[in-house]
Design a protein around this ligand. Structure first.
Ligand code: PA5
Length: 462
């Protein structure tokens, strides 16, 4: 199992002005946390609570369909192209980057064990889209359009471009190159899929985009590129079993949620830095940023007055960012909590050859890159302690589907618990919907004419 080391936030390590008396706080919040966890698990099956993602470790239905389809199309396509944005893309990007061999798309088919390359489009940048379309052979590409709502502007615009090109290249056969993951009943894309006869997969009810990585949104792309999804399901199930424990002293998600909440509330440390010491985990930081920001950045009605709350997530990658952001983390405002993710065992042991005797670099010869990565993380931790900066460390024994699933699921439960502590609904995103509607208006969607005028006036005034 993955582990959490919280000693780096203790006042014994970083001092009274910045650190917590951990055991005292756990005792003070014992009942509150137990209540939050019990409540979450009690409500997880209730319609409208947005908690169905907590059941994903216990259902084999989706993985069964996904594996069946992946087997059916095995060897038929050279490329998978995912169209989606936000929660419909970030989990897929994070997990495939972590689990596939580095530089996957540059490997030969044999080196990929016959599985296809995988590409994601999660923006509307014309240069990027055009650039990708110039290098992809669409005839040999399976396009997976992913959108829960079924009408997200960015995704639908990409889909329209690609459908048009595919149709031109393949005539009526183009339909075999498009599969859709969307809501089971609602949305324009559901309607189109039925008319067009696309193969479809479902984003279940009560699973928001940023909590959907273990639905067909993620599992289908994973299976298509040969990732073992049974391992992933086992990872979330085992982690869920552990996190049902209402005792904060034995629940790592609850501990991390409370620590972040208290350091924000009591010491103004409202920046959460997610810092994996692994290149393969760097997009997990991007996935976490959306999860933490979109879930917690809200108006809280917990106190007498409605106030804006929410920690700001920030991405850093070790060791790279030691030479970029770390100066700020040491000497800048002491308003951050650094979340290290450390890998126990890398897949590779890479030795640094003894090629020079200079004192300045000779010491490296005969050591390994693995030792160096660990030394980098240890020295950063030691320096952060010198500067009285709080840290927590998640330890992941190795990068495989089982442990990556545990990590992501743990962060999802942590976010749900933090939402309850902050007094916000962690499962909606009202202001994102507002920008969506503004974009509809500015792009001339019928029914949004008045809104378009109001927005134009607003823009003229700035
Ligand atoms: O977490 C969320 O709900 C959002 O980030 C959505 O994933 C994002 O807006 C994309 O929405 P959709 O899947 O409906 O296209």
């Amino acid at each position: 199992m993955i582990e959490l080391d919280i000693r780096g936030v203790s006042k014994d390590i970083i001092g009274n002005e910045n650190g917590l008396n951990i055991s005292e706080e756990f005792e003070l919040y014992r009942d509150k946390i137990a209540g939050i966890i019990t409540d979450l698990y009690k409500k997880k099956d209730t319609e409208g609570e947005g908690l169905q993602w907590m059941n994903l470790g216990y259902s084999e239905e989706t993985s069964w369909y996904v594996k069946e389809y992946a087997a059916l199309v095995e060897n038929r396509f050279d490329n998978i192209l995912i169209l989606g944005i936000g929660g419909s893309a970030l989990g897929g990007i994070a997990v495939t980057h972590a689990l596939l061999r580095p530089y996957w798309n540059m490997l030969s088919k044999d080196e990929r064990n016959g599985f296809p390359r995988i590409f994601f489009l999660d923006n509307v940048d014309p240069d990027q889209i055009n650039g990708l379309l110039n290098i992809l052979d669409l005839k040999k590409t399976l396009v997976n359009v992913i959108t829960k709502s079924g009408d997200t502007t960015e995704t639908m615009a990409q889909y329209m471009i690609i459908k048009d090109r595919l149709q031109k290249e393949l005539d009526d056969d183009y339909r075999k190159n498009i599969i859709v993951t969307t809501d089971k009943k609602t949305g324009i894309l559901r309607q189109i899929s039925e008319q067009e006869g696309y193969k479809t997969f479902v984003v279940p009810d009560d699973v928001g985009g940023r909590f959907s990585v273990f639905t067909a949104v993620g599992l289908l792309p994973f299976a298509l590129v040969g990732i073992n999804i049974d391992e992933i399901i086992k990872g979330i199930k085992d982690m869920d079993n552990a996190l049902q424990n209402p005792n904060i002293c034995e629940n790592i998600a609850a501990q991390n949620a409370l620590i972040h909440y208290l350091l924000d509330k009591n010491f103004g440390k409202n920046i959460t830095v997610m810092m994996p010491y692994s290149d393969r985990l760097k997009y997990i930081a991007d996935w976490f940023i959306q999860l933490w920001a979109e879930s917690l950045g809200k108006k809280s009605t917990l106190g007498e007055n409605t106030i804006s709350v929410g920690p700001t997530p920030l991405k850093a990658v070790g060791a790279t960012d030691q030479h970029s952001q770390m100066q700020l983390f040491y000497e800048g405002p002491n308003n951050k909590i650094i979340n290290f993710i450390r890998v126990g065992e890398f897949d590779t042991t890479l030795e640094i050859p003894q090629v020079f005797q200079y004192t300045g670099i000779g010491y490296l010869g005969g050591k390994t890159m693995n030792e160096l990565m660990n030394a980098e993380a240890d020295s950063t931790l030691a320096s952060l302690i010198d500067y009285s900066r709080p840290t927590v460390t998640v330890k992941i024994p190795k990068i495989d589907g089982y442990h990556i699933a545990q990590l992501l699921y743990m962060l999802e439960i942590q976010t749900a618990i933090a939402g309850a502590l902050y007094g916000v609904n962690a499962f909606n995103q009202p202001s994102v919907e507002q920008t969506r509607n503004y974009t509809y208006a500015l792009m001339g969607r019928v029914g949004y004419e008045e809104s378009a005028k109001a927005i134009q006036n607003k823009l003229l005034s700035v």
